[in-house]
Design a protein around this ligand. Sequence first.
Ligand code: TYM
Length: 333
Amino acid sequence: MEEKKIIFSGIQPSGYFTLGNYLGAIKNWTRLQHEHNCIFCIVDMHAITVRQEPKNLRQRTYDSFVQLISCGLDPEKALLFIQSHVPAHAELAWLLNCYTYMGELNRMTQFKDKSSRHSENINAGLYTYPSLMAADILLYQTDMVPVGEDQKQHIELTRDIAIRFNNSYSPTFVVPEGYFPKAGARVMSLQEPDKKMSKSDENVNAYITLLEEPSVIMNKVKRAVTDSDNQVRYDIKNKAGISNLIDIYSSITGKSIQDVEKEFSSTGYGQFKNAVGEAVVEILSPIQKRFKELSKEKDYINQLIKEGAQKADSRSYKTLNKVMRKIGLYQVK
Ligand code: TYM
């Protein structure tokens, strides 16, 4: 049997999860938890790199935890916790900041994108965001990081930091690999299909959240920007909107892109959009039902949050101590 790998991934509680989050990341997490040693984290400290309303952040963090379980993550199988509950993340992030070059951080497209969108608040945390992400991953000696395509650059940087540290001292960190889904790795905005679908988009028609009403989902898919050629054919360059819908449908149904094209070769966009909307409603409805039931179980959820923090805390200190020792920070045995 294949040896169990350590899997780590994180998600920001900066808004309600989108279909992009689900197809790009969470769907893989629910599958991987059965085969591997999985750790999933709600990265609230990453979320505060852009201004958050305290009351909303608190509520969304709780709701994020409930949403992960509603999506099928099982706290008996995977370790689920909130980043700020485990101090080793911030501690290792500081240490790794001292092994990360400004030249590397300057190249990060997420930083460039977020700093142009939040020009009134280009803070140091936004800039060093990738060192905290590297700390999240490297603390647990992670082998694989299941994420969407937008996180590729951050994972590359994490690898570079790990390799640099290992070479400067001695092997300390496992060098992790990114893990991306075949379909759904980059779900695009329904309104501007050359941009990724994002929970912080100002235009609510650009994204679908996991908790959206079926009628709203159907409407958003119907209104999705396409072209006038009325041929269901995958061509990212010239038909970005339709290609995005094909990708979403392929990810949900497991059908290949060619099979989707064939299935809708004689229908127009109207019928195809209907099928895509229905497929989305169908995968989201059990998630929504569980979310409604579970979010009322506050004591139970809080108990899971506490237990997750305790388990992650005790696992995280091993690597942190090792790093401190190698660097030469004075320790009393
Ligand atoms: P975040 O919160 O933006 O997104 C969470 C996960 O969802 C994926 N994703 C998408 N996939 C496909 N299409 C989209 N439109 C789409 N939008 C989001 C993301 O790729 C991600 O996998 N920096 C990370 C959070 C993080 C993390 C980590 C991830 C912090 N520490 C350690 C992995 C390991 C982020 O902002 O994700």
